[in-house]
Structure formats: C-alpha cells, structure tokens
Write a protein that binds this ligand. Structure first.
Ligand code: MLC
Ligand code: AMP
Length: 513
C-alpha cells in the first residue's frame, strides 16, 4: 500500500530548486528547502538510531526556532508521534503530560534541562535532549553525526502523527490523537480553499505548539512550497514592517487588535498582502470592520479545534461569478470545509433547523482518532452515529454560514489560548484558608477574554487576592492566571446549590472595559 506519511506529501510540494529560501528569520537567517530537508533527515536518523518502538511519542517543550520546526518534520519522517508543549507550562503541568503520554524522547530548552529531565527520567523516558532557539543543544550536536539522507518511514493514513493536549472541563488535560490522514486532508483542503498560489509568502508569528501555528500555518506554507517569514514572537511593528514582502498572514484576534493600535498599519503597508486569516477565538465585529477600514482587506475568519484541525471557513474565492458565495461575513466562521459535515443539535440530540441555536457536531476526514488512553472520554464526545461533539454552541443561517454564539464547555479563550476554569479553581481550592472559588471569563480589550477569580475564605481565614495570584503563578502557565481576584462572602447559587457563573460574569463584565 502507498505510504501516507505526511512528510512525504509536504516535501513533494517543495520547489524543484531546493536552494530557494524556505524560511527567513527575524534575525536574518535564511534556511533553504534543502536545509529543511537535510537537517530534518539528520534528526530523523538520530531518532531512528534510538530504535524506539513504532508510534513512540516525542515530547517537545522548546522556544520557537526553525530547528524546532525541523524536529517536527523529523518526527513525522521517522513515523513517531509529535507532542508539542506550550513553553509557558510549569513543572506540575509538564509532569502530568509526560506521565500521561509516556514519551520515549523529551526535548527541552537547555535552561530547563535540570527540572525537565528529572521529571522525564522519573517517568521512564530514556532520552532527553536539549534544543535552544540559538542553534545550540544536545539534539543538534547528536544529529550532526548522522546522515543527511533519510527516506520517510511508510505510514498509513490512520497512523498517529501528533498528540495535542487540550484541557478538560473537568479533571486533567486530554491528548487529542491526530493522524497523518487528518493533517494531510486538512492541509490539502485549505490549500485549495484559501487559494494558495505560487509566490505566496506567509508571515509566521504564532507559537508552534498549537494547531494554529503548527498545522494551519506551517502545513499551509509547506504544502504550497511557500516561503515563511519567521518571527520568534509576535511584535506588531515587525509584522507590519514585513508585510510588503509577504502575501498571507494568520493570527488570533489579539494580534489583529494589537496591529490596529499601530499607526504604521495602512493600506500602503498591506498593498502586497492577499489574505488575512483569523481564528482560535471569536473575532469581534469591531475588529473585522476596523481592519477593513484601515487596510482595505476583509479578514477571513475560520473555526477549528485541536481535535479537528480546521472545520469551517469564510470563503476565499475572488471569483466574481460566485458573488453570493464569496462574501466573507464578519461575526460568522463561514461554511463547513469541503468534506466536513456539520450539524446543530439540541440537548436531546434533535437536529435543529436554520437559525436555531444548539450544540455543533462534526464529522470528516479531519476529525481526530480519540483521546490518548481515554477510551471512555472519547466515547462520551462522539454521538452514536459518529459525530464529534465540539462543545461549541452555534447556528447555521439560510445561506449556510455558521455562527458560533457560545460554548457549552466551561472554557475561557484568552488571547487564543484555552483556559479551563475547573483547573484554576482546583488550584485555588487547594490553598490554605480557601473554602471555595469560581473562575469566570470576562471581556478584555487585548486578550478578548480573561479570567477573574472569585474566592470565599474559610471561617476565620483571611485571604489576600494578590497572594492567591502569586501562588497560582508558581504553579500554572502564565496565560492561565486570572487577571484579577476578588475575595467575597458568598457566591450566587441556584436552587440546586450550583454556582451561577452567568451572574458572576455579568457582575464582573466591566472589570477591564
Ligand atoms: C500572554 N499573557 C497572556 C496571554 N499571553 N494572558 C492571557 N492570555 C494570553 N494569551 C500574559 C502573560 O502571562 C504575561 O503576564 C503578559 O501577558 C506578557 O506575556 P508575554 O509572553 O510577553 O505576552 P505576549 O508575547 O504579548 O503574548 C500575547 C500573545 C500570545 C497574544 C502574542 O498569547 C499568543 O501568541 N497567543 C496565540 C495563541 C495561539 O497560538 N493560539 C492558537 C491555539 S490553536 P504577566 O502578568 O506574567 O506579566 C486553536 C485552534 C484554532 O485554538 O482554531 O486555531
Ligand atoms: P483548542 O482546544 O485550543 O483547539 O480551541 C478550540 C476552540 O477554540 C473551539 O472549540 C472554539 O471554542 C474556539 N475557536 C476556534 N476558532 C474560533 C472562531 N473563529 N470563533 C470562535 N471560537 C473559535
């Protein structure tokens, strides 16, 4: 049978002249397609020399660098499973991921080797390498001894390519298992749907440990043989300054909000740009309209998840003949992508009709294989007829545009990162003197939404909000920390005794606006 290794499909699209620039970094390094091919081959040979069982996990928590991208490609090449981890995760979080995924290899930043290797060795991982964002680390040192030729290991479409951890509404994070087939089908669909063409250049300013930066952006460029202008971190001024050299940009709404605050964002600055894509969090209609007024460009909003990669998108087509079809509508996430079935159901599972609001369910070649080692959780999230329950609440209008109106999952999306109140509440409730807590999301001008913690003290205990925040900072990734904490006497409850988070959200709605 023909191999479905994702790397083979991506590299087949590399330009015939492998000496062209594939990635240009913000510190002026130029990597050719040949560099990507060779260096990822060397890393793949290193991984293969470790003689790991098929499907071994390679867990990676490193700063953004082109070498980290090569490590992803190397993992695909040798048929192992890539497990990217947010650089903000702290030791308790990393301990959980490593314990749950049992990776055979862990790669971390040189500065974190001490504590990460301790966790990894304790969990039974035998190989821990380091990789810095300045082309240093034991991974590169070791890979340098290996051949720069490597044939991708044959994989079937159903074989795992990556595991992305996504937090649960209750309990701990779940590892979404994505296959070579999931990722390739989505990348191919988006290449056509977004009209990728020769000469496109992508500005890549997102982190590479989540779906948006790792799959949507990187696969998009690679499968089109397009150059990437690679920014180690998002800086609105630098992105605007590079727009004349680029054609495509992808970002979470916060990035658009921050660029709008820059006077340098003008029609002239965007003159060569073809497409601005937004997703991962709701794009406010004001941002959509302001962007159009300032730049003359209509942001294309799309919707996806770790479990499904991309599900829906506003249309790209610039073909006048499809005027009805090609309008990008602010406030909507567009149409289900080709091959994706999307339906809206009420709580009893009854299919809803046009305009009715309910739970969004999806099916398609992009939908993941399940949660790593959690068959019960997986079963819970799928309907009897095989649709995945997204946990998003929405509606479909008469023309087929999908709008997301909310979430049935208790989730805050802050600057494009997901924060699960249950996890934060658990940490606060463990603190001395705390009787109970509730964390709710409230509007924020920069991050879209941020968490606010509302805490009740045990009788006789005195709690300081700042001390609670400081204690959380020591345990959790920084983006999860509530931006404010209130110590109160009681929480609003319904007749069943359940905390009414909607009332808290209302009460603190204006904290930041
Ligand atoms: C940083 N901070 C945040 C935050 N990012 N707080 C809340 N939410 C966030 N997203 C806080 C830090 O804790 C710190 O606080 C302060 O801001 C400065 O930190 P920083 O690291 O310097 O921030 P900055 O570089 O400005 O980062 C902001 C950002 C970043 C918006 C550029 O968050 C980002 O890159 N977001 C993109 C996330 C993303 O890629 N999501 C895709 C998920 S995939 P303090 O108090 O310590 O100073 C997905 C599926 C799909 O959802 O559909 O795409
Ligand atoms: P993640 O688990 O990080 O993959 O986040 C996926 C979630 O992000 C989805 O379930 C949605 O709630 C949200 N999301 C992604 N894109 C959009 C969008 N364009 N509009 C609103 N919410 C979005």
């Amino acid at each position: 049978m023909r191999s479905a290794n994702l790397y083979s499909a991506l590299s087949a699209a590399f330009p015939s002249d492998l000496d062209q620039v594939a990635v240009e970094t913000d510190n002026d390094l130029h990597y050719s397609w040949r560099d990507l091919e060779r260096a990822s081959a060397m890393m793949a040979n290193l991984l293969q020399a470790l003689e790991l069982p098929a499907g071994s996990r390679v867990a990676v928590q490193v700063e953004k660098s082109v070498e980290a991208l090569m490590l992803y490609l190397a993992t695909l090449r040798c048929g192992h499973v890539f497990l990217p981890l947010n650089t903000a995760y702290q030791s308790g979080e990393i301990e959980y991921f490593i314990g749950n995924a049992e990776p055979a290899v862990v790669v971390c930043s040189p500065a974190n080797f001490g504590w990460v290797s301790k966790i990894a060795f304790k969990a039974g991982t035998r190989h821990v390498f380091t990789l810095g964002d300045d082309r240093t680390g034991s991974l590169l040192n070791r890979a340098a001894h290996h051949s720069d030729q490597h044939t991708p290991v044959p994989r079937q479409a159903d074989d795992l390519a990556a595991i992305l951890y996504t937090s649960g509404t209750t309990g701990r994070s779940k590892g979404a298992m994505l296959t070579h087939g999931n990722l390739l089908s989505n990348a191919s669909t988006l290449k056509d749907y977004w009209g990728w063409k020769p000469g496109d250049v992508l500005i890549h300013a997102l982190p590479i440990f989540h779906v948006h930066g790792l799959f949507v952006a990187i696969h998009g460029a690679l499968i089109n043989g397009s150059k990437m202008i690679w920014m180690s971190r998002f800086d609105p001024r630098r992105v605007i300054a590079r727009m004349p050299d680029a054609t495509v940009f992808m970002g979470v709404p916060t990035l658009y909000v921050r660029m709008l605050a820059e006077p340098a964002l003008t029609r002239e600055a965007c003159r060569n740009m073809r497409l601005f894509i937004a997703g991962s969090a709701p794009l406010l209609i004001e941002t959509f309209n302001d962007w159009m007024a300032r730049t003359g460009h209509t942001i294309l909003e799309r919707y996806g998840m770790s479990e499904t990669v991309m599900l829906t998108s506003n249309p790209y087509s610039a073909d006048e003949r499809f005027a009805q079809q090609n309008e990008r509508r602010g406030g909507t996430v567009g149409f289900p992508l080709p091959g994706v079935q999307l339906r809206v159901r009420d709580d009893n599972g009854t299919e809803l009709t046009v305009g009715e609001i309910g739970g969004i369910q999806v099916m398609g070649p992009n939908v993941f294989k399940g949660y790593w080692c959690m068959p019960e959780k997986t079963a819970e999230e799928f309907t009897a007829d095989g649709f995945f329950r997204t946990g998003d609440v929405g509606k479909v209008d008469e023309r087929g545009y999908v709008t997301i109106v909310g979430r049935s999952k208790d989730l805050i999306i802050s600057g494009g990162y997901n924060v699960y109140p249950a996890e934060i509440e658990g940490c606060i409730n463990d603190m001395q003197g705390v009787a109970e807590s509730a964390v709710v999301g409230v509007p924020h001008p920069d991050f879209g939404e941020v968490g606010v913690a509302v805490v009740i003290a045990k009788p006789g205990a005195r709690l300081q909000p700042q001390a609670i925040i400081a204690a959380l900072k020591a345990r959790l990734a920084n983006f999860k920390i509530p931006k404010r904490c209130h110590v109160v006497d009681e929480l609003p409850r319904n007749t069943m005794g359940k905390v009414q988070k909607n009332l808290l959200r209302e009460q603190y709605r204006k904290e930041f606006t």
